[in-house]
Design a protein around this ligand. Structure first.
Ligand SMILES: [Zn+2]
Length: 379
């Protein structure tokens, strides 16, 4: 049985398992918002005509929510499509050794610094090799194909770079896998060793064990992947859809019975999908470890896209490329989206009169308790 919102349903069914003080607040809030996405509990905009009024409920905006996550992905693609210059781009995937995952899991706060570290490694390499600045956007993912905790970075980077004096666009950069791996490995190693020295790293390891671990990982090859250059449209459509996708695509999850789910996992080794069964609570625990902290932006910009660089050089870049800058696209407001998708204007009342915005209904503080009560009554 595949429900329309399998995750919503699953979270609602397992509320007793996660909705308590033992769950970190950001996870609890996210789950709670997903359950209540598009209901009065999150508040609403009020529209009214002379005769009728209508509530348009707020949505949760979480990447985990099947509808909100999908919408966010599309908006992101349209935005980059408009704003980035029309040149070839390269996809770079930076992974971390398995052996570091426990440390990262125990120190979630340092995950936040990893996208900048990856971007910096790539940018510094390009600067040393070609003397150029790159266009860099980074998406951090914490999950692998089986939803295991496997933090890694997907970097979309311009296939060329900007040299400043004299101003010139260097069209073809040969991204060197080995050299980039060394730069990335060095950056991560230096960061972890610094953090450990300063005592801001929680770890069960002794000082010697930690240094041995760092040393061992510093001597081995890390997995990094570099794609061939592709057009902007190609990269955004193919990689973009893949990298910015919600962690759990709707078609991958199915409820089986009342206490189990079936998840169509990607087996990265055999490149084949595998069906894995979990108890409801087990699957919710897996989801919980991928809920980003409030400050965690899924998409980050560096190099020529970093605010200070962008202000100074973005115009120059377009002149050199002989291209026109385009503005950020307007987000299609929900009303026009409905008209486009369903052919019905949601703001017409039953008499065909247009309803206008007339106020906002705040999220009710009582509603959280009410939902809990409702659930208790159901069970
Ligand atoms: Zn939502």
């Amino acid at each position: 049985m595949i429900g329309e919102h399998p995750i919503k349903q699953l979270l609602s069914d397992t509320q007793a398992h996660w909705d308590h003080d033992g769950t970190p607040a950001h996870i609890r809030d996210t789950f709670w918002k997903i359950i209540n996405c598009g209901t009065g509990a999150l508040g609403a905009e009020v529209y009214a005509s002379e005769l009728e009024s209508k509530l348009v409920f707020h949505t949760c905006k979480s990447r985990f929510c099947t509808s909100c996550g999908q919408r966010a992905t599309e908006a992101w693609q349209q935005d980059l499509e408009a704003v980035l210059p029309d040149i070839p781009y390269v996809g770079i995937t930076l992974t971390l050794p398995m052996e570091f995952r426990i440390i990262l899991q125990q120190n979630r706060h340092i995950l936040h610094g990893i996208p900048a570290m990856g971007a910096e490694a790539v940018q510094q390499w390009a600067w040393a090799r070609y003397g150029v600045r790159l266009i860099i956007s980074v998406v951090q993912q914490t999950f692998g194909g089986r939803l295991n905790f496997a933090p890694h970075l997907h970097i979309m980077v311009s296939a060329g770079g900007l040299r400043e004096s004299p101003a010139r666009w260097i069209h073809r950069i040969q991204y060197d896998r080995r050299e980039l791996m060394l730069a990335w490995r060095y950056a991560v190693g230096a960061f972890l060793s610094e953090a450990f020295k300063k005592g801001v790293l929680k770890s069960d390891l002794s000082s010697k064990e930690f240094l041995d671990l760092l040393g061992a990982q510093h001597r081995r090859e890390w997995n990094i992947f570099i794609s061939r250059p592709g057009s902007k449209a190609y990269r955004l459509k193919h990689d973009g859809r893949y990298i910015r996708r919600p962690p759990v695509a709707q078609h991958r999850l199915a409820r089986v019975g009342i206490d189990r789910v079936e998840y169509l996992a990607k087996d990265t080794r055999n490149k084949r999908p595998v069906l894995v069964q979990y108890k409801n609570e087990e699957f919710v625990d897996i989801l919980a470890q991928h809920v980003p902290h409030r400050y965690g932006h899924a998409m980050r910009y560096f190099g020529l896209l970093a605010p200070r660089c962008k202000a100074r050089l973005w115009g120059v870049l377009f002149v050199l490329l002989n291209q026109q800058q385009r503005p950020h696209p307007l987000r299609l407001p929900w009303r026009w989206l409905r008209i486009k998708t369903f052919g019905i204007d949601p703001l017409l009342d039953s008499q065909g009169q247009l309803m206008h915005w007339s106020g906002r209904q705040e999220p009710s503080s009582a509603s959280r308790a009410a939902v809990r009560k409702q659930n208790e009554e159901l069970t």
